[in-house]
Design a protein around this ligand. Structure first.
Ligand code: HEC
Ligand code: HEC
Ligand code: HEC
Ligand code: HEC
Ligand code: HEC
Ligand code: HEC
Ligand code: HEC
Length: 329
């Protein structure tokens, strides 16, 4: 989705005015035009990341944050070779590297095993591993990070990005089905999320739309639902008045997921929370794991869990939460 930045809108507005002055055409249609432009400005979230405007101060805190996050790691289990480096350490990537026919362990280390690397792939030692440095996401000046941009690892040139999502999706993508049969499946789908429903939001504040509206780009830590919705969940009507009975057991996303995943108790025995789950068929039978959904819906159907003959012996309820009258005989 293309969004026009505020700066550009101001420019467009100024340009329209200039045109008017130059051409001396009549005011009414122009006013309408300008109004339309202004309406867009009000609804627009922060698409373009703010540029650090100050002269670069000490950026030590950003280094500390980045060190603590997932983009600074070297992990032998995460493919430290010249092929997988494409996203895990773009500056160590060899675009010529290929993956052999399956089964091919591009590079693997299982617990208790030696590291193995596939034919034709080079293992990169920890000392040579760059990970995802400031320079991958920022134009650097004298060692300081300035504006946000993507360093194309082949051309070694910066490409502008129009949103932080565009930046994150250089790597958080799905590439399965490619000719090498070696793709990854990492696209985060916000599709259909209530947070993208600009037609419907009532408040003053734009809902989170881009990755960094929730995730700190350096630690990668996200804001949790309650950080923004503390008041909404405490209303007497929330969840048809039954939220209080479920708040300690049922997570927000178990009710508000829009992606149609299964929901149920977390498969880890020591986690006593209901969440979104996925059951996959393996060689040794089905396994259920907890998965994170990024797709949020407003409308919640109570019978997603309280359906007839549910395994957990929850009270049977309709989608609206009513307890159906017992059948007459
Ligand atoms: C197209 C970019 C890309 C490529 C190529 C890539 N990865 Fe990843 N990888 C990611 C991203 C992004 C994450 C974190 C995403 C997440 O957890 O949802 C990740 C996470 C991982 C993880 C930890 C999470 C998990 O899914 O288990 C492992 C292990 C991993 N990658 C191994 C590899 C190996 C091995 C290769 C080479 C065969 C490889 N990756 C190639 C982007 C990539
Ligand atoms: C994965 C990409 C990525 C990496 C790696 C990264 N940053 Fe950033 N950084 C961003 C994004 C995106 C923003 C803008 C955040 C926003 O729009 O909310 C940002 C913002 C900043 C800002 C400006 C903050 C502000 O509020 O104006 C500074 C300073 C900064 N980063 C420094 C660094 C330093 C230093 C490093 C290396 C230790 C680094 N960044 C690594 C993506 C990255
Ligand atoms: C250069 C590629 C690249 C870019 C750009 C990038 N990431 Fe990542 N990200 C990765 C890889 C690779 C991993 C997995 C690292 C590992 O576990 O070894 C990861 C891990 C993560 C994780 C942790 C995943 C987990 O399973 O715990 C989050 C959250 C994340 N990234 C968010 C972001 C956000 C937000 C942005 C944009 C500001 C971004 N990333 C930009 C490659 C990238
Ligand atoms: C960064 C703050 C932020 C975070 C984090 C956040 N939200 Fe929101 N959310 C908003 C804003 C702002 C709106 C728009 C509110 C409005 O309609 O006025 C919104 C809208 C919604 C709506 C639709 C409400 C409506 O009136 O249409 C639902 C449902 C929702 N969020 C649930 C969630 C859930 C579940 C999570 C966690 C997965 C979450 N939100 C995380 C800020 C946030
Ligand atoms: C509404 C807030 C919100 C937005 C917007 C958001 N995230 Fe997340 N994200 C979260 C939360 C909350 C988690 C769960 C963290 C946890 O429980 O550990 C998460 C988890 C993740 C993970 C780990 C997933 C896994 O399966 O282990 C990745 C990777 C990630 N987000 C990337 C992204 C990217 C890329 C974007 C932009 C396309 C994005 N997120 C947008 C809130 C958000
Ligand atoms: C038991 C299911 C359930 C759980 C758990 C739940 N909600 Fe809701 N939530 C609902 C229902 C039902 C509605 C009303 C929507 C409708 O009309 O279907 C709602 C409405 C909302 C709204 C819109 C507020 C409004 O005024 O309409 C927000 C925002 C929201 N929930 C956030 C959250 C957050 C954040 C959490 C976790 C802290 C959460 N919910 C947990 C069922 C749930
Ligand atoms: C994601 C699954 C899920 C959804 C959706 C859900 N519930 Fe529940 N509900 C539960 C679980 C699990 C419990 C048991 C909570 C506990 O024991 O702590 C429960 C318990 C209850 C209780 C207390 C015990 C009882 O049955 O009287 C009420 C009332 C209730 N739910 C009403 C609702 C209503 C109304 C909705 C729709 C707004 C709803 N639930 C949606 C999972 C769900």
């Amino acid at each position: 989705m293309e969004l026009i930045s505020r700066k550009k809108l101001v420019l467009i507005g100024a340009f329209v005015l200039l045109l008017l002055i130059v051409s001396g055409c009549q005011a009414p249609p122009a006013e309408i035009q300008i109004k339309e432009v202004e309406v867009t400005v009000v609804v627009e979230p922060t698409a373009v990341p703010p540029e650090p405007t100050e002269a670069p101060e000490d950026q030590a805190e950003y280094h500390v944050a980045w060190e603590s996050g997932p983009h600074s790691t070297y992990d032998q289990g995460h493919g430290p070779n010249d092929w997988c480096a494409r996203c895990h350490s773009p500056q160590n990537w060899n675009p010529e590297a290929t993956v052999g026919r399956p089964p091919n362990c591009v590079s693997c280390k299982f617990p208790g095993q030696e590291m193995t690397v596939g034919d034709g792939n080079v293992l990169i030692e920890e000392a040579d591993w760059v990970a995802i440095p400031c320079a991958s996401c920022h134009v650097m000046e004298d060692g300081y990070a300035t504006e946000v941009a993507w360093l194309n690892p082949i051309a070694m040139e910066y490409q502008p990005v129009s949103t932080t999502t565009e930046l994150c999706e250089k790597c958080h993508v799905t590439t399965t089905g490619n000719a090498f049969g070696s793709g990854v499946d990492h696209k985060i789908t916000l599709g259909g999320s209530a947070h993208l429903n600009y037609g419907g939001f009532m408040g003053e504040e734009a809902p989170p739309t881009y990755c960094t509206d929730c995730h700190d780009p350096h630690t990668a830590e996200p804001k949790q639902c309650v950080d923004c919705h503390a008041e909404d969940i405490e209303t007497a009507e929330h969840a048809k008045g039954a939220y209080g009975e479920m708040r300690d057991t049922v997570s927000c996303i178990a009710c508000h997921d829009a992606s149609g995943l299964d929901v149920g108790p977390h498969p880890a025995e020591d986690i006593d929370i209901w969440t979104t789950t996925l059951t996959e068929m393996g060689r040794s039978g089905p396994t259920t794991s907890a998965v994170i959904s990024h797709s949020i819906v407003h409308e919640v159907a109570c019978d997603r869990c309280h359906f007839e003959e549910n395994l957990w012996e929850l009270t049977v309820r309709t989608a609206d939460g009513e307890i159906p009258a017992p059948p007459e005989d």
